[in-house]
Design a protein around this ligand. Structure first.
Ligand code: GLU
Length: 453
């Protein structure tokens, strides 16, 4: 079964880049009728906060990205111990004693010689006596995973195509700190195995992690860890999407803090965010598609490009307006001003950039309206209109047809003074839809009042 996961670290709120990753994993799972897992990567106890876990859940709920299962790394520490023991027994983990400063000096020396700053495996060459001496000094080891240098690491990335890494160019990754806590790299692999993750879809900042993790997967499988006895264990499909950049084409700080809270406060609909992020950076056109099942049906990793995807807030605003114009009454009912019914929503919807503006336009129906400033001729004209008003199925059509006949006015000269008299504004919702909502006696009263002013 297709199984994807979204694995945020609860060290902050979701930003637009994370939302995009969550969305694509959700789409991949939903399209295949598979499972979507929310995995909270909270092994970093110091930086992880419960309030962020709650905010992540709330944001996903607001976006409508439902998950089938929630997992937390902090509840799975025994599995990481077991994996660690298996890798240790297989000789794939070794203790290291360098301080952060010593490692930094090594890095600088390598860079100074024009070499890649790859860890030199000095700890691997230590004798037992040397290790004992370090421990006698009170230095507890941190632990590295021993990369296998024998063969290149290759995989077929579902977005980037064939990938190849020379393990010699990579540092043996630290997987466990001296205080016993875990770094992200191994627990994530253990989880992907235990949870049957079939597709790892994430940002391209994780490409080199994937190279390392492929070796961790293979080493764990070889150690018999998590492999079902009757089937050969398989690596997940890996897919790395190009990063999101701001309009200027740079990785902007702004994108890193732009999230659901801001979108919501700005009146952006979740469907607008979904429609934009579903296709941004792909060869499919970004369109105001309010029905997400259509987006899910067409989702295809093969359409993702390699160039950074440009996130433009103005595109989002435009898409939002186009989506608001399609939203059915049932979807917005709770957010509309008191008394506004389905006909009211339909009349006003085309004028909105955001649902929250409905109240401003609804005032044109409920009144009072701003008294219009009309010329003497227009005042006489709207006085005629007040007398000519007859209520019917289509009072606006009837009124304008009648006035055209009586006065010979047409176009703007016919419509504008009527709109001004009836709404106090010179633009706004379709009068044919608005007038029945205003009602006969109120409409007549407004026409009469405008004739007097
Ligand atoms: N917690 C990691 C992150 O937020 C997850 C990466 C992954 O998807 O494996 O970057």
């Amino acid at each position: 079964m297709t199984t994807t996961r979204f694995a945020p670290s609860p060290t902050g709120r979701l930003h637009v880049g994370n939302i995009r990753t969550a969305l694509h994993n959700w789409m991949l799972a939903r399209q295949a009728g598979g499972r979507f897992i929310l995995r909270i990567d909270d092994t970093d106890a110091e930086r992880s906060r419960e309030e962020y876990v709650e905010a992540i859940r709330a944001d996903l709920a607001w976006l409508g990205l439902d998950f089938d299962r929630e997992e937390r790394q902090s509840a799975r520490l025994d599995r990481y111990e077991a994996a660690f023991a298996a890798l240790h027994a297989a000789g794939r983990i070794y203790p290291c004693y360098e301080s952060a400063q010593e490692l930094e000096v090594k890095r600088k020396i390598a860079l100074g010689r024009g070499l890649p700053p790859v860890y030199d495996r000095a700890a691997l060459r230590m004798t037992d006596a040397e290790r004992k001496a370090k421990e006698a000094e009170g230095i507890a080891p941190h632990w590295r995973f021993l990369l296998d240098h024998a063969e290149p690491i290759i995989w077929q990335d579902a977005i980037r195509g064939p990938q190849r890494f020379d393990p010699v160019q990579l540092s043996d990754p630290v997987i466990r700190r001296a205080d016993g806590s875990w770094l992200y790299i191994m627990p994530s692999t253990v989880d992907d195995i235990d949870m049957g993750v079939t597709h790892v879809l994430r940002g391209e900042d994780h490409v080199s992690n994937t190279a390392v993790q492929i070796q961790i997967f293979t080493a764990l499988f070889a150690a018999g860890f998590g492999a079902p006895s009757d089937s050969a264990p398989a690596l997940p499909v890996f897919a790395h999407e190009a990063l999101l950049v701001g309009r200027e084409g740079k990785l902007s700080k702004r994108l890193g803090s732009l999230g659901c809270e801001t979108f919501r406060a700005r009146g952006i609909e979740p469907e607008a965010i979904i429609a934009l992020l579903a296709r941004l950076g792909t060869s499919q056109p970004v369109e105001p598609i309010a029905d997400r099942s259509k987006l899910v049906a067409g989702f295809d990793l093969g359409t993702f490009g390699r160039a950074p995807a440009k996130f433009d807030e103005q595109d989002l605003e435009r898409l939002n307006a186009a989506i608001v114009h399609q939203l059915p009454f049932a979807a917005v009912q709770d957010r509309l001003p008191h008394g506004m019914d389905e006909a009211g929503w339909h009349a006003i919807r085309p004028n909105l950039a955001r649902v929250g503006e409905a109240a401003d336009w609804w005032r044109l129906v409920t009144g009072p309206i701003a008294p219009p400033k009309l010329s003497r001729e227009d005042r006489a004209f709207v006085a005629e209109a007040a007398a000519a008003l007859v209520w019917s199925e289509d009072p606006w059509g009837a009124l304008t047809a009648r006035l055209k006949q009586i006065t010979g006015r047409k176009g703007r000269a016919l419509f504008l003074p009527l709109r001004q008299a009836l709404t106090g504004m010179d633009h706004g919702p379709d009068m044919g839809e608005l007038l029945p909502l205003i009602g006969e006696s109120e409409a007549r009263a407004r026409l009469q009042a405008a004739a007097r002013d």
